[in-house]
Structures are given as C-alpha cells and as structure tokens.
Design a protein around this ligand. Structure first.
Ligand code: BGN
Length: 315
C-alpha cells in the first residue's frame, strides 16, 4: 500500500466505523421488532453448581428394578435422553453401553448414571447396544455399530463408550470430550487398587468425538472373545497422530461390580496375534470395513435399546 493511500484510508476510517456501527444497530433493532425471537436460555456454567464431588459408590445388595429407576428419573424423554432445564447445555454426549445378558449390572448402572449426568448438566442420551444370540462376543464390532447408530440417531458432539460394570465415584469427572484428544475416564478402578492398571490401559470408560473416531477408524472388528480390543484402540490413537488424555487420578475413580466371565466371552489367545498387527491393519480394519446386521431400535424410558447381529466368529 502506498503512503498516500494509507493516509487517505486513515482519514476515512472514523466515518466508516460509525457507518458500520449504525448498520449493526439497525439490523439488531429490526431483528428484535420484526422477528421477535424469544431470548435463548443462557449457556450452562462450565462447572455445574449441582456437583456433589467424591461419593464412594455403594450399590445395594440387589439392584433396583427398571420401574423404580424410572420413578426417580421423571425428567427424561423417551429413549433415555435428557436436557438440563433453565440453561443451554454446552455438550451433547451419547453414552454407548455394549451389552449382553447383564441385566443386574445394567440396572445398577442406570440407577447411578442418570442422576450423575444430570448433576453435570449436560445434554445426554443413553444407548444400550446389545449383541443378539449366543455366539462369541465381539465388543469391537458392537462398539463400532453403536458409534454408527448413535451418530445416525442424533447430532452428538461426544461419544462415551462405557462398560456396564463401572460406577463413577466423583461427578467432577465430567462426561464430555476433549476437542483434540481421546480421553480415558476410568483411570482409577477399585479392583486395581485405584491405580492405573498400566500406562497403555485404555479400557472401561473412554470419551471420543466423532472426528477422533473417524481419524482412528474406530475399533478393530477382529477381536472375538474377551480382551485386547482396548489395547488395540490405544495403539490406534497414537497411529492416527493423537494421544490419550486423562483426568486426575483423584477424580477419575470407579467401582467395578463383581462378576464371573460371561459364557461366549472366553479369553481368546489369538487376540494377542491380532494385536501384533495393529500397525498394518488399522487403516483398513475398523469403521470403514464394519459389517453387522441391524435388528431393532427401541425407545425405552431409561435408554434406547439397539440390537445387532455381529455375525459368526472368524478366528
Ligand atoms: C488387560 C487386557 C485388557 C483388559 C484389561 C482389564 C491384555 C493385554 C496385555 C497387556 N489386556 O490385561 O484387554 O481390558 O486387562 O481387564 O491382556
């Protein structure tokens, strides 16, 4: 820009600024009078005033019935959705619970999770994704299918993959996502003396944005039977250029409800071999190669129940 030109602009600027301000003011006045849009509720505060802090989970000897839990959660919409009254939620979180024949655990978890999330004042929905039939369990396919189905269902900004047997013990452990990196929420579990099991442990409860899930191509579909699909997920995070972040071990505390290994979910030694191949396979094995049969979606009072067929065990 020449000296003369910039001097001319400087002279013009005060006039231009006034004109711009008048235009903006006129636009707002017009909007206010002509469109009369009701004021939208203010955004919910980052730290909810309803938080209770540390609270050891003490599940009763037998779980409450679904009807009892429903009575205690009158503010839910059909399908297990919730939006905080009086303020605009800052986050939209889908909780995905992989499931097969663990009704007692599911009842404990729902009884615990609904009030926990409502104290955090987030907009959320709970989805139970069930593997149909008696075949070998495949948690990776189940979670991949859950991710696809919930993102098809609504505009979620965060997906939390949640084991059915874990109860969070401190509501300052917020069920939201980090914008850049996958989050491991179940850092300290009572069964492991409230210590991180090992540095690469990425199981239990994890939070990922749809973008992060796409980047890492979701889970592998090749883990049949118990274990290691979460170790594979850890590797995918690094391979796709991200890192796992964790809240403080003081806050990210969980109680695990005791149980026996489920039939159809026996440990599969072959999964160790699959884990050795993550680096080679992750780009072509995952969300982009997922195959399952959608069987049903039912809106229940406390959750949306999705049932799928993962197919036959491959290895
Ligand atoms: C780990 C399993 C995980 C499982 C956790 C919690 C392995 C790989 C060797 C380090 N991983 O030991 O898949 O989620 O236990 O039970 O065995």
């Amino acid at each position: 820009m020449t000296m003369a030109c910039s001097r001319r602009l400087r002279r013009l600027r005060p006039g231009l600024t006034l004109l711009a301000a008048l235009t903006v003011a006129a636009t707002f006045a017009l909007r206010g009078t002509l469109l009369a849009t009701p004021p939208s509720p203010a955004g919910c505060h980052a730290a909810s005033p309803l938080l209770a802090g540390p609270r050891p989970a003490r599940p009763p000897p037998s779980p409450p019935t679904l009807a009892e839990i429903e009575m205690r959660n009158g503010a839910l919409w059909s399908g297990g959705f919730y939006s905080p009254p009086g303020c605009q939620a800052r986050h939209r979180t889908a909780i995905v619970i992989p499931y097969r024949s663990r009704l007692a655990h599911l009842r404990y978890l729902l009884d615990h999770l609904h009030p926990f999330l409502q104290r955090q004042r987030i907009h959320y929905g709970i989805y139970v994704v069930e593997q149909w039939g008696q075949g070998t369990f495949n948690k990776g396919i189940l979670l991949n299918a859950g991710i696809v189905e919930v993102l098809r269902d609504a505009d979620w900004s965060c997906v939390i993959l949640h084991d059915v047997d874990l109860l969070a013990e401190d509501d300052r452990n917020t069920y939201t996502c980090d914008n850049y990196n996958p989050t491991h929420l179940s850092v300290a579990i009572d069964k492991f003396d409230y210590r991180l099991l090992y540095r690469e442990y990425f199981g239990g409860v994890v939070a990922l944005t749809p973008e992060q899930l796409r980047k890492m191509n979701g889970f592998s579909n090749q883990y049949w039977g118990w274990g290691r699909e979460d170790d594979d997920l850890w590797k995918r995070v690094g391979l796709s250029g991200m890192k796992v972040v964790r809240p403080s071990v003081k806050v990210a505390r969980y109680k695990m409800i005791k149980h026996e290994r489920d039939p159809g979910n026996e440990e599969n030694p072959h999964n160790f071999d699959v884990l050795k191949r993550t680096e080679l396979d992750w780009r072509s094995d995952g969300l982009n190669s997922l195959s399952y049969k959608f069987l049903s979606k039912e809106r229940k009072a406390l959750f949306t129940h999705i049932t799928i067929d993962v197919g036959e065990k491959q290895t």
